[in-house]
Design a protein around this ligand. Structure first.
Ligand SMILES: [Zn+2]
Length: 484
């Protein structure tokens, strides 16, 4: 690349609470427009705000999960501007003493775009955070050809703003940053962070320069990005656009642009305001917050983070880092796996394979979330134990699993018997083993000469002859017993 891009993100994320930030109106999504409102969130004169403690605690929890500190006293400020989505003409937010300061977001390998994962430029990178502050969301406006509609249901929803340092160097790192942030916020039950529902929205600041030692270029702020793939496209476009300008000797002017994903281009909206244009001043209606007593309440709620879980799964269950990252993508999935692994006789690696290959497939086929899986983890554990004991074959276990989906309360062993999955007849299998040995003298000689890998070849012959009914582990053991 001819120029060095510098990217920083402001992520707005709705905090998952039942009621709004400064009033008791519900935060539910998709209701009739303008039904979840009151004088406070409509911004009527004289209405007074009341703080939502749950929103404050969840923001502090996000800070603890991301390694942030908190000032002893955090306070509220008014950000003044005139816009129809904020009729009281100021937004209640936090300027100089936000709830959380510093911290960082680790970029997880599995959260990079799939086509980029083999070539990650800075593995293990941590993007520094500047701050996380809490504010109120504004109303939602919809612009039609001749008029505009406005819905105040969203107005006053608690909104965290997570501000990064300009540490990101590419569209792909930005992609991984948003995905990792989403994963961590969902882990902490802080937000559902669903971009399609507008629960997570981001503004991207981007500039380019020629050399590392040059000062940062004037930054362009891209607004209106509503999917992660759109963020990636927009950054690629913007780097190319600014590079073409710079090639011609044209610099950028600090300004705010919008991204049109249908046209695949960014368009200038306005030259950028600076913070002093907003005339911030302390909110006279809200008392500052002492953070330490709240942090004491929140600290025990910090969950094991995804990367900590990956480390533990690879260490304690001897899983590959890839399997561990698949299983820890969501907390309910990792909980399911751990219940299977601790309740079955099968080794954890087999439990992991079964959950990743068989369970996730059947859930996807039936459009079912893991939390709603009819087959409980304990049942899956029993199925795997039956395979491990040699009672049923792996193929029979797959059929049994599909049958259990429709009758999840049946005992797996009883259902296996009902389906005619008798334990394989040992004398018949033994005869097949003798047959395989007699038919393959060359391989037998090699095995006895020390090439033990060839035992797998004989096992394969027996499996084929038994039409998959034999237990491969028992067959291998028997061949070994006969030959060595
Ligand atoms: Zn309200």
């Amino acid at each position: 690349m001819k120029y060095i891009p510098t990217i920083g993100l402001e992520v707005h994320c709705q905090v998952k609470t039942n009621s709004k930030m400064f009033c008791a109106c519900p935060t539910s999504f998709g209701d009739e427009p303008n039904t979840n409102t009151c004088p406070t969130c409509l911004g009527l004169p004289g209405a007074l705000p009341v703080l939502n403690q749950n929103a404050i605690e969840k923001t502090l929890l996000a800070g603890l999960m991301l390694g942030c500190g908190s000032p002893a006293i955090s306070k509220w400020d008014r950000k003044n501007y005139f816009y129809p989505d904020m009729p009281k003409n100021y937004q209640t937010t936090q300027m100089d003493f936000p709830l959380c300061l510093d911290g960082g977001v680790p970029l997880y390998d599995h959260n990079y775009p799939k086509d980029y994962q083999k070539n990650i430029a800075n593995p293990g990178k941590v993007v520094r955070l500047n701050r996380i502050h809490l504010e109120e969301d504004v109303a939602k406006s919809t612009h039609l050809a001749n008029n505009s509609l406005i819905d105040f249901n969203r107005a006053g929803t608690p909104l965290m703003e997570i501000v990064s340092e300009p540490d990101l160097a590419s569209a792909e790192e930005t992609f991984a940053y948003i995905k990792t942030l989403q994963q961590i916020l969902i882990y902490g039950d802080i937000s559902d962070a669903d971009m399609e529902k507008g629960q997570l929205r981001c503004d991207v600041n981007i500039s380019i320069r020629k050399h590392e030692e040059d000062p940062l270029g004037e930054r362009i702020e891209l607004k209106n990005l509503n999917s992660i793939s759109a963020v990636r496209r927009a950054i690629h476009y913007e780097i190319a656009r600014q590079s073409a300008d710079l090639d011609k000797g044209i610099g950028q002017e600090q300004s705010t642009w919008r991204w049109d994903d249908d046209l695949g281009e960014s368009q200038m909206m306005r030259s950028k305001e600076d913070a002093h244009d907003y005339r911030y001043f302390p909110c006279p209606d809200l008392l500052p917050i002492q953070t330490e007593p709240l942090l004491e309440v929140v600290r025990p709620r910090v969950p094991e983070l995804p990367h900590e879980k990956v480390d533990r799964f690879t260490r304690d269950y001897k899983l590959t880092p890839y399997d561990a990252s698949v299983l820890t993508a969501e907390r309910p999935l990792s909980d399911y796996f751990e219940t299977v692994a601790t309740h079955t006789q099968a080794p954890p690696k087999k439990a992991a394979n079964w959950v990743i290959n068989n369970l996730l497939a059947i859930l996807k086929e039936n459009h079912t979330e893991i939390t709603a899986s009819p087959i409980k983890a304990e049942t899956t554990a029993k199925v795997l134990s039956l395979v491990e004991a040699g009672t049923i074959s792996n193929n029979q276990a797959k059929d049994l699993f599909v049958a259990l989906w429709d009758q999840p309360n049946t005992d797996p062993a009883a259902l296996a018997q009902e389906m005619g999955f008798e334990p394989a007849d040992n004398s018949a299998i033994d005869a097949l083993i003798d047959e395989a040995i007699a038919n393959n003298p060359k391989q037998v000689a090699e095995i006895q000469g020390g090439n033990e890998k060839l035992i797998n070849f004989l096992t394969g012959q027996v499996m084929k002859a038994s039409k998959g009914k034999a237990n491969p582990k028992l067959v291998t053991d028997a061949i070994r017993g006969k030959l060595l």
